[in-house]
Design a protein. Sequence first.
Length: 235
Amino acid sequence: MTEGKIPEHVALIMDGNGRWAKKRNLPRVMGHRAGIKTVRRVIEASLELGVKYLTLYTFSTENWKRPKKEVNALMSLLREYLIKELKQFNKEEVRLLAIGQLERLPQSVKEALDRAIDKTKDNSRLTLTLALSYGGRNEIVQASKKIAEDIKINKIRPNQINEELFSKYLYTHKIPDPDLLIRTSNELRLSNFLLWQISYTELYFCHKLWPDFTERDFKRIVEDYKKRERRFGNI
């Protein structure tokens, strides 16, 4: 490994499951299932490298518009994943969090998610955050509404509003902003993900589809990150 600082927080837009399945004449759900194996590889690589926070764009607010059959399959896979991985999370000291409009999730998924979050709350080696029913614009709108409500009840004053206070009203107030954002499948856009939080995040766009993304790819990108000079607007 080259000299340089390991990113404390890596965020991932896991793109390409559907195209991976289509290339192989498989149902889209098989692409999503293959993508779950990649999640396991990335978690293991993060633990090995010493990454402290890993945030995965798992299901966006826009994904609810997909065919009902696919949405149901995704929700079923999510519930299965949460139940199966819980033991491994605790073995590896992985703490689970979730951000987004979680109230929109099916009850069975919400129950599995709440249980996994509760059972891993004392783990401290890696914080894994799943962005579920998540949209960056909606997050900012919801934060603005909460601030307006708190002004109305005199909990805060308008002149107290600054970037630091605003950040405390976001879903991500418990975790630091990402140092590195990786998107797979060679798509060059952010797709409404962590719009506030990635103001100074280093971006990396990978051509591989998510199910083909390997531990070696992840480590190579971290190596690239370590060579970058982050100035945050300074000289």
